[in-house]
Design a protein around this ligand. Structure first.
Ligand code: IPD
Ligand code: CA
Ligand code: CA
Length: 254
């Protein structure tokens, strides 16, 4: 098992998906974290407990960076990056766009990534150099070449409207559509499979973007920061597109 991080991630994400669906059927306990609309539910915690336990037992030496627990320090060479429930606000309202995001990094490079959306019955997976799949079938980014023909997506919290409003308006006026689907990891998976032609967001964390970044790249797309500079998991901002649209969308963001 140890030399197959993708299979480990798939197995663990599937198990955690079942935990999320169980909690979806239960009355939910929701607490606000640092700011309004930053929610944590009993489901986030239960999913993370399970994922961390499984990863620790399969990879006892690896570092695990998980949203609710922070960094569980281990080997500097191997790191798991985990969002146990991405799209908590959607989850809390019973809106089915939520997922588990698990990525595996070796020597600072993303090697494997899984985004599992249990209520949608879809599992996206990517392995460095081997491409990306949805439910086992190869996926690729779209071929849309103009923003005017593109369906795009972004995300921001209520408190961040001022920082986002201008770009949101600019792209809304030029693209075919802009969605705020509420799960950055799934938004990236949807760029990877060609449903969205581009996605951008300003204040994301490594666990929101790690698996999705690998998915987009392995599906033939491009990932940078919103100003076009090299992507970094801790950069905050991300711009992910099918490649053809990248420059036009970057310019539209201002
Ligand atoms: C959030 C979602 C959302 C994005 C937020 C993230 P969470 O993650 O990805 O789409 O706009 O910035 O924090 O809190 O649901 O794991
Ligand atoms: Ca998240
Ligand atoms: Ca989360």
């Amino acid at each position: 098992m140890h030399n197959d991080p993708l299979h480990t991630a798939l197995a663990v994400a599937t198990e955690a998906g079942a935990v999320l669906l169980q909690h979806l059927a239960l009355p939910r306990e929701i607490a606000e974290k640092s700011q309004r609309a930053d929610l944590v539910t009993d489901a986030d915690r239960a999913s993370e407990r399970l994922i961390v336990e499984r990863l620790k037992s399969a990879y006892p030496a690896a570092t695990i960076l998980a949203e609710e627990s922070g960094e569980l320090a281990g080997s500097a060479h191997e790191r798991w990056i985990v969002d146990p429930l991405d799209g908590t606000t959607n989850f809390a309202h019973g809106y089915p766009l939520f997922c588990i995001s698990i990525a595996y990094e070796a020597g600072g490079e993303l090697v494997a990534g899984v985004v599992h959306a249990p209520a949608m019955g879809e599992t996206f997976a990517a392995l460095r150099g081997e491409g990306a799949t949805c439910n086992g079938k190869p996926i690729a980014v779209s071929a849309i070449a103009r923003l005017a023909d593109a369906l795009t997506c972004t995300g921001f919290r209520p408190a961040d409207y001022d920082r986002n409003g201008r770009a949101f308006e600019a792209v809304s006026r030029r693209a075919q559509g802009v969605r705020r689907d509420g799960s950055a990891a799934l938004d990236l998976a949807y760029v990877a499979c060609g449903r969205f032609d581009g996605f951008w967001e300003l204040d994301l964390r490594p666990w929101d973007v790690a698996a999705g970044t690998l998915l987009v790249r392995e599906a033939g797309g491009i990932v940078t920061q919103t100003d076009g500079s090299d992507a970094r998991l801790d950069a905050g901002s991300i711009l992910a597109t099918n490649g053809r649209l990248h420059e036009e969308l970057r310019a539209a963001l201002g």
